[in-house]
Design a protein. Sequence first.
Length: 244
Amino acid sequence: MVARLPATTAWVTAVLGRLRGVKPIPAGAAILEVGAAAGETAIALAQLGYRVCGVEPWGDARRNADRLASQLRISIEIANGRAEALPFDAESFDIVLAFSVMEHVTDIDLAFAEAFRVLRPGGVFWFSAASSMSPFQNEIARFSLFGWYPDVVKRRIMVWARRSRPHLIGHTETPAVHWFTPWKANRLLRRHGFVEVYDRWDLRRLDEGGAGYRMGLSIIRSSRLSKLIADVVVPACSYAALKR
């Protein structure tokens, strides 16, 4: 786990760099990670100088996070809880992050409402999740073009896999049950009070790659159609939204 920390740190640094294009992030900002698992991301954020809390329902994962943080002499708090009922006061955080969590929650509306509640005014909520735009995905094995199946069919397959073929979904007890499109993400976020929603193509920085990357990103951003094509080609999705 310690060996993965440099890669995790590089990834969260990239995410925070993208969010700085949306709003300034104060030094020592308070960050909440929803679905903190074994604490790698929370520890990486703490090492970068942020005040970090996490929420994680699985006791073994929380204990692993505590051991790793103790080993590295890092101060983090990983609380017992779920995205739908965050155990924190309102307006406690500058940033809420959810890495590949929102597709697994039981009630997506409650999860978004809770992210909004715990954010301070001007705070930002960022999440990555499974996409309905792309046929490529990592949520279940052996189902070609699964991302394009109707959501109701995908949910039924996930319930069947959890009961009868758990190896297809990595033996998880909480398989994906939500998939996102740009219009669904916008609708849900704005329903719960968020404003100024940004997709992953808006968030990416031109200085993250070379000339080919900059040209490709500029083409993707040039029209709604080019964004949709890119969403089909590239798996998963991510969005950021501001709380006014």
